[in-house]
Design a protein around this ligand. Structure first.
Ligand code: NOJ
Length: 450
């Protein structure tokens, strides 16, 4: 497999300024869960509880990126990937979530940043990728309005510590997923449930997004500031008005609820009445403090959802019809492989006034990769990436705004409630030995970027 299968795609078609990268998150790769003074995060606690994660997996060691970062950075360079997105673990910097600061945590991220820069790779920091310090959760976590202040203090420390070398910042990763799964459904950390927890967390996270961005702007005037949202192309199961209305509610919840207040449009309460309950938590100048003029918006799209009306489902009155039920091709996450979704979401988000730049900050797929004779022939992932890039090209040709593409992810890693079962990497990891093997998809990406 020396010569990698070619496609008609060429990097030049995307333009010289198009940003190519790969995305990761601290909890999913670092391991070293209690090394050098790190405090526990809500995910350390959640993964230690019985029955929360498939096969009882935990991320105490994960990919051991904490120790093997230089090797992985060398691999990023080998793959010709110019931009690396990673997140800062808040409890590594502040073990209890508030001062005092753990200098060893600062030193660790300084090493990562310096190693990236000396390898000629641009660092892109995500400030919050779901690993809230556990001590803050004991005070209510994101359901406590104080969380906006806790987060602001943490952002201050990060920008003071790393802002001299890091220009690209993302404030919060996928707020709808971690508040929905972690505070409404209870299937992600911290395992809270219910509409009250969810709505409070939603409002505080949105306030924190704008507050964090303002701090970065004040401290690093030339910073390139973004935040990332999960998004999905939504289609009604039938053309009945009930299904069309249900699809509209799901679209509002999954695609609009978090970005619209940031864009100064307020919460889309008209199209999703349950959001009116948010008014109980909106005080003083909140509506003005929800918005920020981001330099870019990161969109993370993996699939589409097909929706039917269902009166049994509270608040939303809608149900997603799984890929399995629809009998369509899907990934190990059970997500349909449907590349046009990426084009559709680009079209949708381009229609907003006020988004200056869109970067696809995550896209990728989990497949059951196997290592045979030292190679991983993950052709399905190679095609998944190629087919999604075709959709970006289509969007670009129509003049839509899209300026970058980051693959999720560099190495196989800890996929939250799925544990290590869902392999998303361009690089295979043997979790017993930590051996890395570049997959076919990684070799293709390397060729493509060369
Ligand atoms: C979204 C999240 O940001 C990331 O942490 C996760 O692993 C991928 N999507 C795949 O589910």
């Amino acid at each position: 497999m020396n010569k990698v299968e070619t496609s008609f795609l060429h990097k030049n078609q995307f333009g010289d300024d198009f940003l190519w990268g790969v995305s990761t998150a601290a909890f999913q790769i670092e391991g070293a869960h209690d090394t050098d003074g790190k405090g526990p995060s809500i995910w350390d606690v959640f993964t230690s509880q019985k029955g929360k994660i498939k096969n009882g997996h935990h991320a105490s060691n994960a990919c051991d990126f904490y120790n093997s970062y230089q090797n992985d950075i060398d691999l990023i360079r080998e793959l010709n990937i110019p931009n690396f997105r990673f997140s800062i673990s808040w409890p590594r910097i502040m073990p209890t979530g508030v001062p005092p600061i753990n200098q060893a945590g600062i030193a660790y991220y300084n090493k990562i940043i310096d190693a990236l820069l000396s390898a000629g790779i641009e660092p892109w920091i995500t400030l919050y990728h779901w690993d809230l310090p556990h001590d803050l959760e004991l005070k209510g976590g994101w359901t406590n309005r104080e969380s906006v202040n806790w987060f602001s203090a943490y952002v201050e420390i990060c920008v003071q510590s790393f802002g001299d070398r890091v220009k690209n910042w993302m404030v919060i990763n996928e707020p709808s997923v971690f508040t929905g799964a972690g505070y409404f459904l209870g299937i992600h950390a911290p395992g809270k449930k219910g509409i009250t927890n969810y709505l409070k967390a939603m409002h505080h996270v949105t306030l924190a997004t704008a507050a964090g961005a303002k701090i970065i702007r004040n401290r690093i005037p030339d910073a390139h500031i973004g935040t990332t949202f999960s998004c999905t192309h939504i289609e009604p199961a039938t053309q009945s008005s009930k299904d069309i209305e249900a699809a509209k509610r799901v679209d509002t919840l999954l695609n609009r609820t978090f970005i619209e207040p940031i864009l100064g449009m307020g919460y889309p309460q008209g199209d999703l009445p349950v959001l009116k309950k948010l008014n109980a938590y909106i005080v003083e100048d909140d509506l003005n403090n929800l918005s920020f003029d981001f330099d870019f918006i990161g969109l993370q799209c993996y699939t589409r959802e097909v929706v039917k009306s269902s009166l049994l489902i509270p608040y939303i009155g809608a149900e997603l019809i799984s890929a399995e039920k629809r009998n369509v091709i899907s990934t190990d996450m059970g997500w349909e492989v449907y590349p046009p979704a990426l084009y559709e979401v680009l079209k949708k988000f381009n229609a907003y006034n006020g988004i200056k730049k869109i970067i696809i900050t995550e896209n990728g797929a989990a497949f059951p990769d196997t290592l045979k004779n030292g190679k991983v022939y993950d052709i399905k992932r190679t095609h998944y990436i190629q087919d999604h890039l075709e959709q970006i090209l289509k969007a670009k040709k129509e003049g839509l705004n899209v300026d970058g593409y980051f693959v999720w992810t560099l190495t196989d890693n800890f996929e939250w409630a799925e544990g290590y079962n869902a392999r998303f990497g361009l690089i295979h990891v043997d979790f017993d030995t930590q051996q890395r093997t570049i997959k076919h998809s990684g070799l293709w990406f390397k060729d493509f970027l060369s």
